[in-house]
Design a protein around this ligand. Structure first.
Ligand SMILES: Cc1cc2nc3c(=O)[nH]c(=O)nc-3n(C[C@H](O)[C@H](O)[C@H](O)COP(=O)(O)OP(=O)(O)OC[C@H]3O[C@@H](n4cnc5c(N)ncnc54)[C@H](O)[C@@H]3O)c2cc1C
Length: 418
């Protein structure tokens, strides 16, 4: 076997943990993280009741997460079935439903006799059909908003179903979702069984909270782990590239893997080359405020309309308001606790102080035509003649499988696999 390399991984989310795990079998790996915990968006909070609640990454499925499934199996981490129902509630217009079952689709009993509600349900089926067809002939020149307009979907369908649901999935404001390239959206929806009532994959959460896999990784990891260690610059045009840290320490490595978000990765590069400028430069990230709490006013008034993901339309919300969604963690993680645990993304009003447990800021990649156009070429940044490599969920749709997938691809360049 070739000599062991000294490899640095910057960023300890799934995109950094996966190459650190794989490459540490045959190399010396150092993992650097600017936060005071390892895991990035994998962040389980232990509450005063000793309940472990996820605040970032929560769910995966058995169809579109093959690498993550294999990774968790290696770490001997269990997954438990959960449901991924979506609920919408507009208090002002007194309109709500949840997709759990026929009973919850008609959670609001007056809809049983309302013809306009049947038109709404018909439009959902029409959307499934036309979107599936679009995959066979469409392209990314069209965005979601244009697709809806071209096919005469009503404003009501847009406002009460497709935009809030997609805005919840990508944690993005509705106006940004309307500009999301249609073909990428259609492929994602199709792969995740979201264009069918019956073809949905089985979803799982990680037993005892998603950070359990981070703990298992750390337990078996034979490399070095550094928390509170922010990389501020990467000097790449050297035989042995260097990382300059915020505390002024400078360390040399044979290879450096940057598993931070694209904008952060770009910012730390000294003298970026033209490809790095073209491919990393366009990426921006949106800040999302995430609150863990017990305030039930963020759930629908009617318990029958409770879903795993609850989109609550508040009176002050505009199309460019940040996505506001409440995850019912008690339901999603099957928590056994007296109080109901909720995680709200971007609450549009204050959460009752005595019910707020924790507040965290996470950032998400903003997918636009410009950023998505870079994706076909992002792998160009990584080749065996270079000393600096990149991975992150921005190589795909922004989810956990995209992060681990990009990490595994970098390891292939080193001749290593999961
Ligand atoms: C609320 C929420 C819920 C989500 N739910 C799901 C879900 O259920 N399923 C799913 O598949 N995906 C989900 N996601 C998407 C999630 O973002 C991705 O799944 C994935 O976790 C992103 O991983 P990553 O490693 O690319 O980025 P991150 O997890 O963000 O990791 C990047 C790390 O790099 C570190 N870093 C950055 N700059 C530096 C620096 N200069 N020096 C040192 N360290 C640095 C950061 O601190 C961070 O820890 C969710 C995201 C959020 C926020």
């Amino acid at each position: 076997m070739a000599d062991k390399l000294n490899i640095a991984v910057i960023g300890s989310g799934i995109s950094g943990i996966s190459p650190a795990f794989i490459l540490s079998k045959n190399h010396n790996v150092s993992l650097f993280e600017k936060n005071n915990y390892i895991g990035g968006h994998t962040n389980t909070v232990t509450t005063d009741e000793n309940v472990r609640v996820d605040t970032g990454f929560i769910v995966m499925n058995d169809k579109t997460y093959p690498n993550l499934t294999a990774f968790l199996d290696k770490l001997k981490i269990n997954r438990i079935k959960t449901d991924m129902s979506f609920g919408y509630c507009d208090r002002k217009k007194d309109f709500y439903y949840s997709t759990s079952s026929l009973d919850t689709i008609f959670a609001q009993r007056k809809n049983i006799l309302d013809l306009s509600y049947y038109k709404f349900l018909y439009e959902i089926m029409k959307f499934f059909k036309l979107t599936k067809k679009f995959i066979t002939y469409g392209n990314n020149d069209l965005c979601i908003g244009q697709f809806l307009e071209l096919n005469n979907f009503s404003k009501s369908f847009e406002e009460k179903y497709i935009l809030p649901m997609a805005s919840a999935i990508w944690s993005a404001p509705q106006d940004k979702i309307a500009r999301f390239p249609m073909l990428s959206f259609a492929n994602f929806y199709n792969n995740h069984g979201l264009l069918s009532v019956t073809d949905q994959p089985q979803w799982y959460f990680v037993e005892n909270g998603s950070s359990s896999y981070v703990d298992a990784f750390l337990k078996g990891f034979n490399g070095k782990v550094f928390k509170n260690k922010k990389a501020v610059s990467v000097k790449q045009n050297l035989n042995n590239p260097e990382i300059v840290f915020e505390d002024s320490e400078v360390l040399k490595f044979d290879k450096i893997i940057i598993a931070a978000h694209a904008d952060e990765a770009f910012k730390m590069l000294e003298n970026p080359d033209p490809d790095q400028v073209k491919l990393l430069g366009p990426w921006t990230y949106s800040k999302n405020r995430v609150c863990l709490h017990h305030d039930l006013s963020f759930m629908p008034d009617n318990k029958r309309a409770y879903a795993s993901w609850n989109y609550l339309k508040e009176e002050n919300m505009e199309k460019n308001s940040p996505a506001c969604i409440t995850y019912d963690m008690t339901r999603l993680q099957k928590l056994n606790s007296e109080k109901r645990y909720l995680v709200t993304l971007n609450p549009q009003r204050e959460i009752e102080k005595n019910k707020l447990i924790k507040e965290i800021i996470y950032t998400h990649p903003v997918f636009t035509r410009e950023t998505m156009e870079t994706q076909d070429r992002l792998q160009r940044l990584n080749n065996k003649n270079k000393n600096i490599f990149f991975c992150g969920s921005y190589f795909g749709y922004g989810f956990h499988e995209d992060g681990i997938n990009s990490g595994i691809k970098v390891c292939k360049i080193f001749g290593e696999s999961l």
